[in-house]
Ligand binder design. Sequence first.
Ligand SMILES: Cc1cc2nc3c(=O)[nH]c(=O)nc-3n(C[C@H](O)[C@H](O)[C@H](O)COP(=O)(O)OP(=O)(O)OC[C@H]3O[C@@H](n4cnc5c(N)ncnc54)[C@H](O)[C@@H]3O)c2cc1C
Length: 407
Amino acid sequence: MENFSDVIVIGGGPSGSFSALNLSKKGFNVKVFEEHSEIGVPCHCAGHISINGLKGIGLYPLPENIIENTFVGAKVHSPSGAVWTVRLSKPITCTVNRTLFDKHIAEIAQEAGAQYNLGTRVESLVFSKGFVEGVVINQHGKTSIFFGKIVLDAEGISARLLKQALLSPPKSDKIVRGVQIEVENVKDVEKDVVEVILGRNYAPGFYAWLIPKSDMEAKVGLAANTGNPRTLLQKLMCKHPAISAKLQTAKIIRESYHPITLGGPIPKAYTNGFLVVGDAASQVKPTTGGGIILGLNCAKIAADVAAEAIYQNNFSADFLCSYQRSFMKMFGFDLKIMLKVRDMLDKLRDKKLDSIISVCKKLQLNDVLKDLKEVDFQGRTLLKLAQNSKTLMALTFFFLNYLLEKP
Ligand SMILES: Cc1cc2nc3c(=O)[nH]c(=O)nc-3n(C[C@H](O)[C@H](O)[C@H](O)COP(=O)(O)OP(=O)(O)OC[C@H]3O[C@@H](n4cnc5c(N)ncnc54)[C@H](O)[C@@H]3O)c2cc1C
């Protein structure tokens, strides 16, 4: 293996592979190092993403076998068990098989020229005169040094290497612990509706989900900021009145554990010779924990900035800071609103959430929400919704409940 390339990408998840794809398409020599021996394995994610988001980054349509199901709405279970169902006029989200999704992006990146080195762990960064100039890799127990004009860090939430570059990792107090199972033999699911379960009893600091893959199969999971996620999931499966009934005869075929970062983007995702993308940079929606579409958008921006740096032969932090500026220009407003909404949701007690769901039901918001299209830029979506008197009433009620909540 030659020990130099224009760009080194750490991690073959969606963010790493999408950066590699965009840089390879521009004709650069890109090497991707992935510690696992197979792309997309192990899988730890529900893969629930917006169809608009996929279209926006040019990944739609996906090969048919990757999309497992599409959704026209959501069923929200309040902490006390009331159900509010929102149905839209057409599908706006889908769930993808994350292993196949990751493999697909890696494959098109390779077709564009990116070289993948699987089973290769990046142990550390190599510095010279204050610039990241390469990485130390470990392949089958043998270490070697590899150099690049620029290193793109897409190592995911562990964010171990970015600390070596003296960048701040995702905020640890805003990380929730997730668990997910894939189950067969599920009963009574509405195939085209995702279910969201609220309440501190089952998912303190976040929510639980049931995402149907078909009439009989689903992904069920939750994340929490306290308690053992596995115990909480068992409780959800055995005790939650609606969910336990659906899972009575279910057979677990896969189980995974992984953290989710909800604290918003790290303050600085670049330094000399180095850019950080995806979960490593905490580019995740603080409301839902969805990081795929945000990470892919940021990966594209990082690829554009890295390309410009190579053309200009300027890898200084002063030059690379345009990456942070660009993605904050794209998502900054929405992330600010989502962070506030997450903070409000965390503070609201279950009783208040119950009354908010009850008001949403009474206001019969379906007519207003049925044409909803945008779920990634949630700040803009909320602004749009606030223009309707019914949704404005619901939002005001939500806000007042938050204001009246004791700290
Ligand atoms: C339970 C759960 C459910 C989720 N559900 C959704 C959802 O429905 N929708 C959504 O949008 N998001 C969801 N997410 C979040 C989503 O999974 C992440 O945002 C997304 O995977 C981030 O992609 P990434 O490429 O940045 O990082 P990752 O997918 O974590 O990829 C990082 C890659 O880097 C590799 N790596 C790490 N360190 C090294 C190293 N030193 N050397 C070489 N390789 C290395 C890893 O092996 C991995 O392949 C969920 C997360 C969890 C935990």
